[in-house]
Design a protein around this ligand. Structure first.
Ligand SMILES: NC(=O)c1ccc[n+]([C@@H]2O[C@H](COP(=O)([O-])OP(=O)(O)OC[C@H]3O[C@@H](n4cnc5c(N)ncnc54)[C@H](OP(=O)(O)O)[C@@H]3O)[C@@H](O)[C@H]2O)c1
Length: 334
């Protein structure tokens, strides 16, 4: 992995560091999951810099209570795992806002027991990827109205060995909670890649980021023994020294990717530690990214960034047929 010089920040930079001197007055931002963990640090920081922040949340009352001390923050119902809910949120947003300047696709679930949502979709793929795919597509009019919009997709550590399981993307066979999470996070990277290809001519640029390792409610599905075995905590629950960043450090890369003037005229990139990482450029497969877009369009029935808005039929070509989910490096966890 080769960090570029396109940053003045690093692994220990915080949201406050990356926003120093940046005034977001007049900007409208959507932060999915913006009331918990990294999303909460993101919402606080962006609102503190003057942005009006809209938080789509499935637990509206809890989100409103958590964010009640912040000015300029609004919470609206949206369950990313339910297509009708995503559409209702997007329709309401587009009908009541002139534009959205930044969307941070931050919400996510990790390593949950096998769960089916909507028409039987695997919950991590549906929530982490398909929900954000649908949301961003449905927000297209507001993104285009910005004239200069950024979409930041919160992925995870990028592993070139990770695969989309093209022949069984919903994990109907041999569900593996880590392989399904890794697939959803690779989908986040590929989604940002192709969104930038389709969006740049209308002023919409996209980035994927990895936040690092941060203790948050994301780990709710992991037993203590599993976290001890992974070396994250000791048997008393004490985090391993030096492994985890603070939430303000973990959220810094998504805030940086959303706001930094250093990224003007740039997009489709993967960022870690407030840095564009060039080393993976050749391993993020543009054909796979385009194929995932077509598959997502067919599954959701939504495809608003292609000029021909009719949703294509997706066949699974031979070259995409052999995704080996078992090749996912489970040890990477988050
Ligand atoms: N923490 C890490 O070390 C780490 C590492 C790599 C990547 N990430 C990524 O960072 C992002 C933020 O994670 P976090 O650590 O901040 O976790 P978190 O505190 O659990 O926040 C996740 C948020 O997503 C929301 N969410 C989950 N399912 C949803 C749904 N169906 N509809 C709407 N919202 C939903 C949650 O809402 P509820 O409060 O209702 O559950 C919560 O607000 C995730 O995408 C995660 O994969 C985190």
């Amino acid at each position: 992995m080769t960090p570029t010089s396109r940053t003045t920040f690093g692994a220990h930079s915080t949201v406050a560091d990356v926003l120093a001197g940046i005034d977001l007055t007049g900007k409208t931002v959507i932060v999915t999951g913006g009331h918990s963990g990294l999303g909460l640090s993101t919402t606080r920081a962006l609102a503190g810099a003057g942005a009006r922040v809209v938080v789509p949340a499935r637990r509206v009352d809890a989100a409103r209570q958590t964010l009640s001390d912040l000015d300029g923050v609004e919470v609206d119902f949206c369950d990313l795992a339910e297509r009708g809910s995503v559409r209702a949120f997007a329709d309401q947003f587009v009908g009541t806002h002139d534009a959205v300047d930044i969307v941070i696709a931050n919400a996510g679930i990790m390593a949950c027991p096998e769960t089916r949502v909507g028409p039987g979709w695997e919950a991590q793929f549906a929530t982490n990827h398909l929900g954000h795919y649908a949301l961003v597509n449905l927000l297209r009019p507001a993104l285009v109205s910005s004239g200069r919009a950024r979409v930041v997709v919160v992925a995870s550590g990028y592993n070139p060995a990770s695969r989309i399981r093209w022949d069984d993307v919903q994990f109907t066979r041999e569900y593996d909670k880590w392989a399904a999470y890794a697939q959803s996070k690779l989908a986040n990277v590929l989604f940002a890649r192709h969104l930038d290809v389709l969006g740049r001519s209308v002023g919409v640029r996209a980035f994927a980021i990895s936040p690092g390792y941060i203790l948050t409610p994301l780990q709710r599905h992991l037993a203590t023994e599993e976290m001890v075995a992974a070396g994250w905590i000791d048997v008393d629950g004490t985090p391993t020294a030096g492994l985890f960043e603070t939430r303000e450090q973990g959220a810094a890369t998504q805030v940086w990717a959303a706001t930094s003037p250093q990224l003007d005229e740039c997009g489709g990139r993967y960022c870690v530690d407030c840095t564009v990482v060039d080393g993976f450029a050749g391993t993020i497969d543009d054909e796979e990214a385009a194929h995932l877009w077509r598959l997502s369009a067919e599954l959701t029935g939504i495809d608003n960034f292609n000029s021909d808005s009719s949703v294509p039929t997706v066949s699974l070509p031979h070259e995409f047929g052999g995704g080996d989910a078992a090749a996912v490096d489970k040890g990477r966890g988050q």
